[in-house]
Design a protein around this ligand. Structure first.
Ligand code: ADP
Ligand code: MG
Ligand code: MG
Length: 253
């Protein structure tokens, strides 16, 4: 059992005009085996939360704490966070020209586990995971994210998650830009990982659509850099019919 604890997290982003406060006191506890959906309007700070947890240097934590099983995540480098079991599927995955998917995955797995995976099981694991995500085997020889379609990028993120087996997976708008078939395939991948019961999932999304495939245990409405309301899956249904308007009255954004 693993627990990620976010306490009163305040984060500013580095801009040309100086630091701009974005997160204004986020409190959230995620246990392995649980899926939390964070839903909020554009610009509310969802990606800022994801990047802050992953350790992106542009995001400055000004106060608060983040711990994974009691260990201080904020004191860790990006690499150390990954080795500790944190995984981020980015909203906009970056291209890595000249590095094949196959090499990238093996290098990441080796770095995270501290030893190279046994070749025979690894090749089989990659094959099974790729088949599950309906990825052609030729995909493994392409450069990471270079010329990938939106759907291919998101499948590649989920492929990483399935193979790296993190303790906490942060999925930032993994649903955006997917057609309904790709959404179903990606959701099935997330559900396979969930079903192990070993991973906590923070599913960040703007739309309720993905929650028809991945039923969250908890839903948090994120507005203006903090959680404005929380509840169970029924809260997503209400957002579906009512939208975010009721939360935005009086907001400074
Ligand atoms: P969301 O993911 O909910 O759409 P973001 O975390 O991307 O929100 O952005 C939250 C706010 O922070 C927005 O007002 C955005 O313009 C600002 N912001 C985020 N990153 C940067 C950056 N690198 N430079 C300047 N402003 C930023
Ligand atoms: Mg956005
Ligand atoms: Mg975002």
């Amino acid at each position: 059992m693993s627990t990620l604890e976010i306490r009163d997290l305040h984060v500013s982003v580095e801009t040309k005009e100086g630091p701009k406060p974005i997160l204004r006191g986020v409190d959230l506890t995620i246990d392995s085996g649980r899926t939390h959906a964070i839903m909020g309007p554009n610009g509310s700070g969802k990606s800022t939360l994801a990047y802050s947890l992953a350790g992106h240097p542009k995001y400055q934590v000004t106060s608060g704490s983040v711990s994974l099983d009691g260990a201080d995540v904020l004191a860790m480098s990006v690499d150390e966070r990954a080795r500790a079991g944190m995984f981020l599927a980015m909203q906009y995955p970056v291209e890595v020209p000249g590095v094949s998917v196959s090499n990238f995955l093996r290098t990441a797995k080796t770095a995270i586990d501290g030893e190279a995976p046994a070749l025979r099981t690894w090749i089989k694991d990659v094959k099974v995971a790729m088949e599950g995500l309906r990825m052609d085997s030729s995909f493994a020889e392409r450069s990471v994210n270079e010329g990938f379609s939106g759907g291919e990028k998101k499948r590649h993120e989920i492929l990483q998650m399935e193979l790296l087996k993190p303790k906490m997976a942060i999925l930032d708008e993994t649903d955006s830009g997917l057609d309904v078939d790709a959404l179903r395939i990606v959701s099935e991948g997330v559900n396979r990982v969930r079903s192990t019961g070993d991973v906590g999932v923070l599913l960040i999304t703007h739309y309720t659509r993905i929650l028809r495939y991945i039923t969250p245990d908890f839903v948090h409405v994120f507005v203006d850099g903090r959680i404005a309301e929380e509840g169970g899956p029924e809260l997503a249904d209400r957002l579906e019919s009512e939208g975010y308007d009721r939360y935005l009255t009086g907001a400074t954004a």
